[in-house]
Write a protein that binds this ligand. Structure first.
Ligand code: HEC
Ligand code: HEC
Length: 254
């Protein structure tokens, strides 16, 4: 009898211990860092990208295993000619990608990426393959470790700008989308929705308060407008961004 009850006690104790262990290990699992999230992968869209030869200059670090498995080492290797495309889907909208494939240097000043005109038909509309390549790019939403996050909005222009110098920088970095005179009609503008803003039309700055300030323009140039085709120019020197802001501020008066 005594032996039976002590067995019973032992069993109860074992159950309690097992439950406690289960609970603990359950907690431990919640706390432990899970496996890194995987990038969505669509083989058909990837095939359009590989077929277009983009891998000659680009890598997609978040899909290196998948691309290597399905298309061979060449399609997945690290390339020195162009940036890692991981994360570009979260960085730019569809119109930006189309404009960039059509005329890379108009969208990204100094780009040596060749225009990808075979992905467009005679009416400058993307072909079915062009559509698939853009959908592939838009699916690349997991950030690359090499890509800095979208910069925070700075509050104020920290130093005065020079409109004359700003004019030259504008021609280099902005005219491809906003047009030579700021009217929003550059060679890349047709692809952008919302359209590249008309910077010469008077009070146009929809993110500004009652009056457009240099600070608003400076902040827009620095941080870009996430989700639209307006990129961040945080990589330009502070003085150059101030020069650009001064030039754009004076544009409507011209
Ligand atoms: C001959 C080399 C070359 C080829 C081929 C090429 N690219 Fe590029 N690509 C570049 C370079 C250089 C840059 C950086 C300058 C720029 O942004 O345009 C770039 C930039 C990009 C960017 C912007 C990346 C970023 O972080 O801002 C995207 C998106 C892109 N390429 C997509 C493509 C696609 C899609 C193809 C194939 C249809 C392709 N590229 C073919 C060289 C190339
Ligand atoms: C790849 C195309 C592209 C390039 C290059 C570009 N922009 Fe833009 N920009 C846009 C688009 C598109 C918008 C409109 C975004 C919206 O309405 O949400 C915009 C909006 C703006 C605005 C805000 C207008 C408003 O009414 O709020 C300013 C200011 C501006 N751009 C300045 C510049 C300057 C200065 C440069 C060069 C340093 C530049 N942009 C380069 C596409 C571009």
């Amino acid at each position: 009898m005594a032996r039976r009850s002590s067995l019973l006690l032992l069993a109860v104790a074992l159950c309690a211990a097992a439950a406690a262990a289960g609970l603990l290990s359950g907690r431990a699992q919640v706390r432990a860092p899970g496996p890194a999230p995987r990038q969505d992968y669509d083989r058909e869209l990837a095939a359009a990208y590989v077929d277009a030869g983009c891998w000659q200059c680009h890598a997609v670090s978040t899909l290196d295993v998948e691309l290597k498995h399905d298309f061979g080492h060449q399609a997945a290797g690290v390339r020195p000619y162009g940036p890692d495309l991981a994360g570009v889907g979260a960085l730019y909208p569809r119109g930006w990608h189309l404009a960039h494939l059509w005329a890379p240097a108009e969208v990204a000043a100094g780009s040596v990426m060749p225009p990808q005109r075979r992905l467009f038909d005679a009416a400058s509309r993307p072909t079915p393959q062009g559509e698939q390549v853009v959908r592939f790019l838009l699916s690349l939403t997991l950030p690359s470790r090499q890509r800095p996050a979208w910069p925070a909005r700075p509050a104020a222009m920290p130093l005065p700008g020079d409109a004359q110098r700003g004019k030259a920088a504008y021609a280099e970095y902005c005219a491809g989308c906003h047009g030579a005179t700021g009217a929003g009609d550059g060679p890349a503008a047709a692809f952008l929705s919302p359209p590249a803003a008309n910077l010469a039309a008077g009070r146009i700055f929809r993110r500004a308060g009652p009056a457009t300030t240099r600070d608003d323009i400076y902040a827009t140039i620095t941080a870009g407008l996430p989700g639209s085709g307006m990129p961040s120019f945080a990589h330009l020197a502070t003085q150059q961004r101030a020069d650009l802001a001064e030039f754009v501020f004076r544009l409507p008066a011209k």
